[in-house]
Design a protein around this ligand. Structure first.
Ligand SMILES: *[C@@H]1O[C@H](CO)[C@@H](O)[C@H](O)[C@H]1NC(C)=O
Ligand SMILES: *[C@@H]1O[C@H](CO)[C@@H](O)[C@H](O)[C@H]1NC(C)=O
Length: 107
C-alpha cells in the first residue's frame, strides 16, 4: 500500500516537472515571436526574413505553418514552382514557422 503511494507520488512529481518544462519552453518561444527573433539555428532562407515577406504574407484566421508557407512560396515562385522535399527552402521555412521563430504579421 505504502509502496503504491510512493510510486503514484513519484509519477505525479515527474509529470509536474515535465509540464513545467513545456510551459517554460512555450513561454520562451512566445517571447521570441514577440521580439521577432529568429529561432535558434534558424534555417529559413534569408529572403524570407529580410525582404519584407513576413509582413507581406500575413497570417490569416485558420492558417497553420503549412498553409502559410505554401502561400508564401506560391507568391514568390508561382504556384507550386518549388521543391517540397526534405532540406529545401520550403521545408526549412515551414520548420522555422513551427518552431515559432518567424515574426509573421497578422491580418
Ligand atoms: C493546415 O491547414 C490546411 C488547410 O486548412 C489543412 O488541410 C491541414 O490539415 C492543416 N495542417 C495541420 C498540420 O493542421
Ligand atoms: C521536411 O522534410 C522532413 C524530412 O524528410 C519531412 O518529414 C517533413 O514532412 C518535411 N516538411 C515539409 C513541410 O515538407
Amino acid at each position: 500500500m505504502l509502496l503504491i503511494k510512493i510510486v503514484v507520488g513519484l509519477c505525479l512529481v515527474l509529470l509536474l516537472a515535465v509540464c513545467e518544462l513545456n510551459a517554460a519552453e512555450k513561454q520562451e518561444r512566445e517571447a521570441r515571436v514577440k521580439r521577432g527573433d529568429p529561432p535558434k539555428n534558424s534555417a529559413a532562407p534569408s529572403w524570407v526574413k529580410n525582404d519584407g515577406w513576413l509582413s507581406k504574407i500575413k497570417w490569416r484566421n485558420g492558417d497553420n505553418c503549412t498553409s502559410w508557407t505554401t502561400r508564401l512560396f506560391d507568391t514568390k515562385y508561382g504556384n507550386g514552382n518549388y521543391a517540397k522535399g526534405p532540406d529545401n527552402e520550403y521545408n526549412k521555412t515551414q520548420k522555422d514557422c513551427v518552431r515559432g521563430g518567424l515574426a509573421i504579421q497578422r491580418e
